[in-house]
Design a protein around this ligand. Structure first.
Ligand code: BG6
Ligand code: MG
Length: 217
């Protein structure tokens, strides 16, 4: 049987929009207007790497202390935005797939760059579905580096080629491919063209396909 590894933001829960709002606000502090297209490139990568990319696009320099202030402000704003979040923001199809994994004893890990992952899973009552969690607090490298998924496989005691990764970011699909894993892209087909399977929403994955992905006969 295969193991499933889920990204968090934009796959399990609709938090990608809150990251975008918070980054856009930070951008205005150095006169930078973050576009939706640029925001796609921030998906899946760490908080620090996101700020560095924005500064590069804005052609602006900043010292470490100034960066620390903006990173703190971004996270405080993000935490405010998600404060009222409840189970209605769990994305369509997620609970069906997670129930499938529980029922069929498919091993499940989280593979997220976010340092807020535990908090969000707890808030949404999803922690019980996970055998293992890899999040931003465990990682040295951002996606597209495969570290996040390789660590997930290791912690689940399985081989990388026995894992199926669910991702909404191009950087995440690249990371999973670099780890030799099967990839399921959720979202924009153009952004996720490199994935083995692409769906608008997890809701489009029926039980036959879930069985195939999990290699349950
Ligand atoms: C990823 C998101 O999951 O986590 C990124 O796609 C985000 O947008 C990154 O920047 C880090 O998240 P956090 O919660 O640690 O700031
Ligand atoms: Mg994501």
């Amino acid at each position: 049987m295969k193991a499933f590894i889920f990204d968090l933001d934009g796959v399990l829960v609709d938090t990608a929009k809150y990251h975008y709002i918070a980054w856009k606000t930070i951008g205005t502090s150095f006169n930078f207007n973050l576009t939706e297209t640029q925001n796609e490139r921030l998906k899946g990568i760490s908080r620090t790497d996101s700020l560095d990319l924005m500064l590069e696009w804005a052609e602006t320099g900043m010292n470490l202390e100034e960066k620390k202030v903006l990173l703190r402000q971004k996270n405080e704003h993000y935490l405010e935005l998600i404060q009222e979040m409840d189970r209605t923001e769990i994305l369509p199809g997620v609970l069906t797939i997670l129930d499938f994994t529980k029922k069929n004893k498919v091993p499940v890990s989280l593979g997220s760059a976010s340092k807020n992952a535990q908090l969000i899973l707890k808030k949404l009552g999803l922690l019980c579905y996970f055998d293992n969690i890899v999040d931003g607090t465990h990682l040295t490298h951002s996606k597209p580096n495969p570290e996040v998924f390789l660590l997930g496989a290791k912690n689940l005691n399985t081989h990388a080629n026995q894992c199926v990764v669910f991702e909404d970011a191009a950087a995440g699909i690249a990371a999973a491919k670099a780890a030799q894993m099967v990839t399921v892209g959720v979202g924009d087909a153009k952004e996720l063209a490199a994935a083995d399977y692409i769906f608008d929403s997890l809701e489009s994955i029926d039980s036959n396909l879930l069985q195939t992905l999990a290699a349950i006969s």
